[in-house]
Design a protein around this ligand. Structure first.
Ligand code: SF4
Ligand code: ZN
Ligand code: ZN
Length: 336
C-alpha cells in the first residue's frame, strides 16, 4: 500500500483518520501534532525572551514516550533562546530495570546535548523500591508508594531548577485511560484537578484565551506547584513506539517488575477493544472529557481552592500536617 501523501510505501495505517503514511510522512505528522499541542496549550508565553527564558523540566524515564518527547522538544527548541530544556531522571531502585533505561537517558541527552540530572530514591529517601515492594508496610500496591515518591521529587526539583513547567510523556492512551477511570470512579473533583494540573491550556492561548473555539484554559495555574503539561497527549501510544523505532531512538521497553495497576490494565484492554471496533473513540473521549473537566474545574474553583501549608518534616507544600511522602517514608523505615 502506498502513502496517501507520496509514492513511497506506507509503514502504518491510522484507522481513526483513514490515512496510510510512509515513514517520512508519519514522523512529520507525529512532530506536527506535538508542536500543535505545544502551541494550542500556549506552553511558550509571549513574554518569554532570551534574557528571561522559560525553563522546561522534562521527566525522562528512558521509556519510549519520554524519549520521543525529549527528542521532539529538542528538535523544535534547541535553536530557540527563549526555551531551556532540562531532563530529569528518577532512579527508583529497581534492579535491572531502571539501570538500563538510565543508560538510554544518558545516550539520548549526550547525543542531543541536553542538560541531564539524576536523582535517586536511595539518596533522597534512603530506600529502594525493590525493598518497599517486599516490606509493604501500608499493604498497598508498589506503584502507590512509587507514584507519591516520584511526584514529590518532580515537584522538588522543578522548584530547585526554577522550572516554569514540568513536561511529561503521557500519550493519548494514557490520558483516555485516566479520563475513563475518573468517570468509572465517579470522581468529578478528580476531573477538575486533572484539568487544572496538566490538561488545560495556559492562559493567553493563541485563540485569545477563550474556550469556545479552542482548547479550554486552566482555571488556576497559580497554585504552589510547578504546572505540568503533556505535549504528546494527542498521539496514540503505538505511534510513539513506531516513531521511536523509525528514528532509532535509544528507548528502553521492558516493563517494571513491580507494575501493578490492575484497574488501569482493565481499562486499557477495554479501550483497545473499543478502538478496534470504533476507530477514533480515544480522541472523542478526550474531546468531551476536556470540556467536562474544564466545567468541573470552574465549578470547584468557585468553592475556593484547597488550603496549603508546609509539611512539618520536609517543608513540602501539602494540605496535611505531615505530607504523604514523609508518612510513607517513615512507615517504610519503621518496618525495616
Ligand atoms: S510501574 Fe509502579 S513501581 Fe514500577 S516504576 Fe512505575 S510506578 Fe514505580
Ligand atoms: Zn509519504
Ligand atoms: Zn514531608
Amino acid at each position: 500500500m502506498d502513502c496517501d501523501k507520496c509514492d513511497d510505501e506506507a509503514v502504518m495505517h491510522a484507522a481513526y483518520s483513514g490515512l496510510h503514511m510512509c515513514a517520512d510522512h508519519f514522523c512529520r505528522s507525529v512532530e506536527s501534532r506535538t508542536r500543535r499541542r505545544v502551541r494550542e496549550d500556549n506552553l511558550l508565553p509571549d513574554d518569554a525572551s532570551p534574557d528571561d527564558p522559560e525553563t522546561w523540566l522534562i521527566g525522562l524515564s528512558g521509556g519510549k514516550d519520554s524519549v520521543v518527547l525529549t527528542q521532539i522538544l529538542h528538535d523544535t527548541f534547541a535553536e530557540d533562546p527563549r526555551v531551556e530544556l532540562v531532563a530529569l531522571t528518577i532512579h527508583e531502585g529497581i534492579e535491572g530495570y531502571r539501570d538500563e533505561s538510565l543508560a538510554a537517558c544518558r545516550d539520548l541527552t549526550e547525543d542531543l546535548d541536553v542538560r541531564h540530572e539524576l536523582v535517586t530514591y536511595e539518596e533522597e529517601f534512603d530506600l529502594r523500591m525493590d525493598d518497599v515492594a517486599v516490606e509493604d508496610p501500608m499493604d498497598m500496591a508498589p506503584c502507590a508508594y512509587c507514584g507519591v515518591f516520584r511526584r514529590d521529587l518532580l515537584s522538588k526539583y522543578a522548584a530547585e531548577y526554577d522550572a516554569d513547567k514540568l513536561l511529561t510523556g503521557h500519550n493519548l492512551d494514557d490520558e483516555a485511560q485516566t479520563a475513563l477511570m475518573n468517570f468509572f470512579e465517579g470522581d468529578v473533583e478528580q476531573m477538575a484537578k486533572h484539568f487544572d494540573a496538566s490538561l488545560g491550556a495556559f492562559p493567553g492561548a493563541a485563540d485569545g484565551g477563550g474556550d469556545r473555539d479552542g482548547t479550554p484554559v486552566r482555571v488556576s495555574t497559580d497554585g504552589p506547584f510547578v504546572p505540568r503539561a503533556k505535549p504528546l497527549r494527542d498521539v496514540p501510544e503505538k505511534e510513539i513506539a513506531l516513531y521511536a523505532q523509525l528514528q532509532d531512538l535509544p528507548a528502553h521497553i521492558t516493563e517494571c517488575p513491580h507494575a501493578s495497576e490492575a484497574y488501569r490494565g482493565e481499562i486499557q484492554q477495554l479501550l483497545f477493544d473499543m478502538e478496534e471496533n470504533h476507530p477514533g473513540v480515544r480522541h472523542s473521549i478526550m474531546a468531551g472529557y476536556e470540556d467536562l473537566a474544564a466545567m468541573a474545574a470552574r465549578a470547584y474553583r468557585d468553592g475556593g481552592g484547597p488550603e496549603y501549608g508546609e509539611c512539618e518534616r520536609c517543608g513540602a507544600t501539602t494540605t496535611r500536617a505531615v505530607c504523604r511522602k514523609c508518612s510513607l517514608v517513615e512507615a517504610v523505615h519503621a518496618a525495616d
